[in-house]
Design a protein. Structure first.
Length: 111
């Protein structure tokens, strides 16, 4: 009989995760590919300090997804794209869940 044990790396990789996913739209209602999405943990808890800033780019369908620890946490989600006004939203994760977020970016004013 062979005993198997999990190493620290195995335990970390098996940690429950939540998913923050969404879509970026233009003001016309069409999706926006190539938008930069930045996720920053908020708060002073130990878990927030251990979660790093993350970044994603919306794909050809304007979609993005970021995996975070499945712990009660708040994040600031920022989206920006050339020619559009940036937007920010605060999102809250409670546990192992999927959170869908949608952005509709307005064109930047031309001066």
């Amino acid at each position: 009989m062979v005993a198997t044990g999990l190493t620290a790396a195995d335990k970390k990789s098996k940690q429950a995760q939540a998913l923050i996913a969404g879509t970026v739209f233009r003001d016309t209602g069409f999706t926006l590919a190539g938008a930069e999405i930045i996720l920053v943990p908020l708060g002073d808890s130990k878990d927030a300090r251990n979660t790093k800033k993350m970044q994603a780019i919306s794909d050809g369908r304007g979609e993005f997804a970021l995996r975070v620890p499945a712990l009660p946490s708040q994040y600031k989600l920022s989206v920006r794209a050339p020619g559009y006004k940036p937007q920010e939203k605060t999102v809250t994760i409670a546990a192992d869940e999927r959170l869908d977020v949608f952005f509709r970016l307005e064109p930047a004013s031309k001066k």
